[in-house]
Design a binder for this molecule. Structure first.
Ligand code: RP5
Length: 164
């Protein structure tokens, strides 16, 4: 049986209801065969567990953490408070404010504790995966080359789709 590779990226979310959007982050990482782990850890329902996870993240070999949350959306900021690993925030569409609340909450981290904030929902989640690939690729030339090739491929598809 092939050995399971140690996760380099964590995909966290505050609720199972976030999973539909956050699957896109998994999709992007899978496309580049980047090993990841997915966890539902709520900032307000399981704060102790979240702190323990974020504090241990570096030690366990993680290099980037993606965190999706909706509403008050404090999950990405709290993770960033507990680790210096790059944290990528994904604002989840909420029922009352369609994710504007999540976006403004995540993007407005005060000076000193950054969270790289993506677009609302599934496109943001996919981009969060690509962003993590770019972070890892900065010290892994073969992965960076795959990301460059992937981008070239997207451009080629666009030209192919053009009306003659
Ligand atoms: C946040 O509250 C989660 O990230 C989720 O987006 C939102 C609603 O959670 P549920 O009430 O659906 O579990 O913690």
């Amino acid at each position: 049986m092939p050995k399971k590779r140690r996760p380099l990226v964590a995909i966290l979310m505050g609720s199972r209801t976030d999973l539909q959007a956050m699957r896109l982050a998994e999709e992007a990482l899978s496309e580049f065969q980047v090993p990841f782990e997915t966890r539902v850890i709520s900032a307000h329902r399981s704060a102790d567990r979240l702190f323990a996870y974020a504090e241990a993240a570096e030690r366990t070999g993680l290099e980037c953490i993606i965190a999706g949350a909706g509403g008050a959306a404090h999950l990405p900021g709290l993770v960033a408070a507990k680790t210096v690993l790059p944290v990528v925030g994904v604002p989840i569409p909420s029922t009352s404010l369609l994710g504007m609340d999540s976006l403004l909450s995540i993007v407005q981290m005060p000076r000193g504790t950054p969270v790289a904030t993506m677009a609302i929902g599934a496109p943001g989640a996919f981009n969060a995966g690509l962003f993590a690939v770019a972070v890892l690729g900065s010290s892994r030339p073969p992965l960076r080359a795959r990301l460059q090739a992937w981008r070239r491929q997207r451009a080629a598809e666009l030209f192919k789709a053009e009306v003659p």
